[in-house]
Design a protein around this ligand. Structure first.
Ligand SMILES: Nc1nc2c(c(=O)[nH]1)N[C@H]1C(S)=C(S)[C@@H](COP(=O)(O)OP(=O)(O)OC[C@H]3O[C@@H](n4cnc5c(=O)[nH]c(N)nc54)[C@H](O)[C@@H]3O)O[C@H]1N2
Ligand SMILES: Nc1nc2c(c(=O)[nH]1)N[C@H]1C(S)=C(S)[C@@H](COP(=O)(O)OP(=O)(O)OC[C@H]3O[C@@H](n4cnc5c(=O)[nH]c(N)nc54)[C@H](O)[C@@H]3O)O[C@H]1N2
Ligand code: SF4
Ligand SMILES: [Mo]
Length: 900
């Protein structure tokens, strides 16, 4: 980073701090500025090597998500305010007592890839070292554990061999099970820029859905759910008989090629077509591209990991790279894109139940002894602990009696979520550390501990390319909130354990670095020994760096060669990699009662369980309600109309969401976002439907392939409402709530008509009795509108119809902020129609500049036929660029319509 630039410094606009985005694993550098009046602004850090100044829509909106609304500000015991001493004493006492009575395995921690490395390190040390159980697992089990298992099988270590630069240097980039445009948007932007500069570069997207990422793809393989193992087996069999095979690399650095090839060759081409659902021509085109392109990077994410065959998918991919020696050289390699900001840091500290600290193995007596000696701990976990799904089963059946949940929301994000909720409710002692008071999980806590959040906390995170960056605080802790590591260390001390006196995150980092180097001498990939002597000041000034960074390596030029395995040097005892013979699972649907395949995942502008992104009106405006993406033929056969509601059912639970009928979806498949929860919708916690089926090697749940049934939800009334205040009591069979400028927007549906709609509004929107409604009813159509004004200010408006309500959403929302002095304007609202002077901007496309679809269409009609031209006319797409693919889609749609 630039010489002489302080990491926090006063500038004309206020105090600026360099930190890291708390969302995805891209790990973008952010510069946060706090102005004299306390207002916070964020922008991309031009010097950070992950993003070079870029940010996506979520990163750009960070300042809108750090207000104190909903924060938990002091410790609570059974809902009453407590002080830290009382709360921590209680936690320590309950955990100690449970361990004394039932043994160390009767307690558990369920933590998160959103903890900082320092938090994670202390949690892991407390559980595996001092308590002596390995019952610490993390939401990374639901996220990256198949990659970890695949890496360890192939490489003997959990190593991501490449760097982001490789994605730009490659001539062929394969994205499988990754919606890069929405989930790793800054890597997507880097890739799109590289392709624009070098149009010869080819991009292949492998995904059952035609996602926004396909916008830059030369080839989209609409694979059958879980067809990936078969596809990469087919590729291996093809490569083995082509000039692309690298016999020298195979002989010098690997083992097991013969078995892997034999397994792959046993799959006939007919079986291959059937399991992947892909036509022969597409398969051949893909194989040919891979065969003839030396520089290939295969990026993968949850479409690979979250599967009953997830670990085999990872190894099927790695097999192809090993067979061609395309690994560890610039522009080559398999590349696991990590999801959370510190998924990698969690793996480094050994936060998974089957790992030990600093990439050591819990199965190895030597490693256990080494870690125990380093920690000087009274004991060390002797065997792997329970993985997430099994851990919550053990909570349910009473084997685990005390549970500490930190920085994750399992009632929303775990499979079989209703059962998980029931287990948590029944657990004798539950501690939750969170930043918010009312999450679906926090409300079941016996002890709720207030944590500092992004902007307040201090530590390090590691991104997908092994780059460690600082998260720095620039806001003071609200109320009595404290760092997660501090909470764990305090409890450790109170339980009577040594080794938990830390005065800062810097001290913990130094200990973590020392353990990584302890008796290492090149035997383990993870070594950051160069940073052991960093000290407080060095830690404060730490600039982003990639590991490995062993002590003996010169500090200057550390980033010069940061790839693994070009010349072998794997971490199995013989330093050779392993080919893994894998089995292709059957992919045909056989369930008559539940004939559809539910696939779950992410949307562009929300993060996980929405506790932070739902605070931003801009982010909430992109997609404001939960939906199910259905193929038009399936929708037709099921009698489901576009924009109608659909009820989904599995043997585990049900949900009601909006139907989004689209050709981008494959037949037989239904995609529903994972984000919605009980705070923002009546019944859309989709994990309630997800079966707790896991990969046999990694224990990762198969969240993308769930057998379900779908049917139309019969509503007698549909509604849309806006409200200046947050609705408190929404009595409706379907509701979805989203923040909007000046208030809230609510989608509604009712199975049966409500007797008194005015009373319903008063209860839902808190309208005082003295305020009379302005109303309009069309008896013929059944349309009904109600609006409540306080003087010239709109308090709430409800639009009802016996079919999905057609009122222009963003226009209606705009009325919350408008002044309605004259009666005519008020009547315009119950008429549900924008006046000529107030055009409807349409659904938000660009959340940075709040540009709606209608403005973009308007620009196209006036001759803007490129994303750039639309950007010039409307600003849309000119900041973070996350919406550029959607803008291109709108332009194409308009031009196609005009040509008809
Ligand atoms: N906007 C946003 N970005 C995020 C997050 C977020 O919540 N919101 N979360 C972050 C986290 S923690 C993670 S883990 C990442 C996840 O990032 P991604 O893995 O890219 O996101 P997902 O939407 O979960 O799933 C990716 C794709 O896998 C496809 N898929 C489903 N089944 C299969 C299959 O059998 N084979 C193949 N090849 N593809 C399949 C889905 O259709 C989906 O488009 O995103 C990170 N970034
Ligand atoms: N069906 C389905 N389920 C899925 C997935 C899927 O694709 N489909 N994806 C899975 C994946 S990949 C992931 S990563 C998980 C994510 O699932 P979760 O981890 O459950 O989701 P988050 O909403 O990120 O939860 C983070 C929690 O920590 C709180 N928090 C934020 N900052 C801090 C902090 O600094 N300290 C503390 N103590 N708390 C904090 C937030 O308020 C929130 O309650 O979901 C998994 N579940
Ligand atoms: S891509 Fe977006 S969400 Fe991910 S780290 Fe960068 S700014 Fe944050
Ligand atoms: Mo994740």
């Amino acid at each position: 980073m630039g010489a002489g630039l302080l990491e926090t410094e006063m500038q004309a606009g206020g105090e600026t701090t360099r930190t890291t985005c708390p969302y995805c694993g891209v790990g973008c550098g952010v510069i946060a500025t706090v102005a004299g009046d306390g207002a916070v602004t964020v922008k991309g850090d031009p010097e950070h090597p992950a993003n070079f100044g870029r940010l996506c829509s979520k990163g750009s909106a960070l300042a809108e998500t750090i207000d104190l609304e909903g924060r938990v500000l002091f410790p609570e015991i059974l809902g009453r305010q407590a002080d830290w001493d009382e709360a921590l004493d209680l936690v320590a006492e309950k955990f100690s007592k449970t361990i004394a009575e039932h043994g160390p395995d009767s307690v558990a921690f369920y933590v998160s890839g959103q903890l900082l490395t320092e938090d994670y390190y202390v949690a892991n040390k407390l559980m595996k070292g001092s308590i002596g159980s390995a019952n610490i697992d993390t939401n990374s089990r639901l996220c990256m554990s198949s990659s970890v298992a695949g890496h360890r099988r192939a490489f003997g270590s959990d190593t991501v061999p490449g760097t982001y630069e490789d994605i730009e240097l490659a001539d062929l980039v394969i994205l499988t099970g990754s919606n890069l445009a929405w989930c790793h948007p800054v890597i997507y932007q880097r890739l799109a820029a590289a392709k624009a500069a070098r149009p010869g570069m080819k991009i292949v997207v492998i995904d059952p859905r035609r996602t926004m990422t396909c916008d830059i793809a030369d080839l989209h393989l609409g694979i059958r759910p879980d067809g990936d193992v078969a596809l990469f087996m087919g590729l291996l069999a093809h490569l083995a008989q082509s000039p692309a095979i690298d016999q020298n690399y195979i002989a010098a650095h690997t083992q097991g090629f013969g078995e892997a090839f034999a397994a792959a060759a046993a799959l006939s081409f007919t079986e291959l077509m059937e399991r992947t659902g892909l036509p022969a021509m597409q398969l051949r085109e893909f194989f040919h591209l891979f065969e003839t392109t030396e520089k290939v990077v295969t990026c993968y994410s949850q479409g690979v990991n979250q599967s009953a065959s997830g670990t085999d998918k990872v190894n099927a991919i790695i097999n192809c790279h090993l067979a061609t020696g395309r690994i560890g050289r610039p522009g080559t390699g398999p590349f696991s894109l990590t999801g959370q900001p510190n998924a990698m840091g969690g793996r480094e500290v050994g936060g998974l139940a089957n790992m030990l600290a600093a990439h050591m193995a819990i199965e190895s007596a030597e490693d256990r002894d080494r870690v125990q000696r380093f920690w000087a701990s009274p004991r060390i976990a002797e065997k792997p602990g329970l993985k997430a799904v099994d851990m919550f089963r053990a909570v349910a059946d009473g084997r685990i009696k005390a549970l500490w949940i930190m920085a994750t929301n399992p009632v929303v994000s775990m499979p079989d979520a209703d059962a998980v909720e029931a287990a948590i409710k029944a657990c004798p002692f539950v501690v939750v550390s969170d930043i918010l008071r009312d999450t679906d999980t926090a409300r079941h806590a016996h002890v709720l501990l207030p944590s500092v959040g992004w902007g307040e906390k201090d530590g390090t995170v590691t991104n997908s390319e092994r780059r460690i960056s600082r998260q720095r605080w620039f806001l003071s802790a609200p109320g009595e909130a404290k760092a997660d590591w501090w909470q764990m260390a305090e409890v450790g001390q109170r339980m009577g354990f040594d080794g938990f006196v830390y005065k800062s995150a810097a001290e913990i980092f130094a200990e973590h670095a020392a353990l990584s180097a302890f008796e290492n001498e090149g035997s383990r990939d993870f070594d950051i020994g160069a940073f052991v002597g960093l000290g407080e000041e060095g830690y404060d000034a730490l600039t982003p760096f990639q590991w490995p960074a062993p002590l003996e390596q010169p500090i200057v030029g550390r980033d010069s060669d940061k790839r693994f395995f070009a010349d072998g040097g794997f971490y199995h005892p013989d330093r050779k990699a392993r080919f893994v013979p894998v089995q292709a699972p059957a992919t045909d649907r056989t369930n008559e009662q539940y004939p559809l395949t539910l696939n779950t995942g992410r949307i562009r502008d929300h993060w996980h369980t929405m506790t932070r992104t739902a605070k931003s009106a801009r982010l909430s405006g992109h997609i404001a309600e939960p939906f199910a993406e259905l193929h038009p033929r399936d929708a037709m056969e099921l009698g489901i109309r576009g924009a109608g509601l659909v009820e989904l059912e599995s043997p585990h639970g049900t949900a009601i969401v909006r139907a989004l009928v689209t050709e981008r979806q494959a037949r037989g498949n239904v995609f529903v976002p994972m984000h919605w929860n009980d705070q923002f919708a009546a019944k859309a916690r989709i994990d309630a439907l997800v079966a707790p089926v896991t990969d046999p090697f990694s224990g990762q749940p198969a969240s993308k392939n769930v057998a379900i049934a779908a049917r139309p939800f019969a509503a007698s009334f549909y509604g849309f409402a806006v409200s200046a205040s947050k609705p408190l009591n929404l009595q409706a069979d379907y509701w979805a709530l989203a923040k909007a400028d000046g208030g809230w927007r609510i989608e509604l549906a009712f199975a049966d008509p409500v007797e008194d709609w005015v009373a319903w509004c008063r209860a839902a929107f808190g309208i005082p009795a003295e305020i009379e409604p302005l109303g309009y009813a069309d008896h013929q159509s059944g349309d009904l509108r109600l609006a409540f004004f306080d003087g010239g200010k709109l308090l709430a408006a409800l639009f009802l119809a016996n079919q999905p309500v057609a009122v222009a959403r963003n226009w209606a929302i705009g009325q919350l902020a408008a002044e309605h002095a004259d009666l005519r304007k008020r009547f315009a609202i119950v008429a549900g129609r924008p006046g000529a002077d107030q055009p409807d901007p349409g659904a938000t496309v660009c959340s940075c500049f709040s540009v709606g679809v209608n403005r973009i269409i308007g620009a196209v009609r006036t001759g803007c036929h490129s994303v750039e031209a639309v950007g010039k006319a409307t600003n849309a797409g000119t900041n973070c660029g996350s919406c550029r693919a959607e803008i291109r889609g709108i332009i194409d749609g308009c031009l196609a319509a005009a040509a008809e």
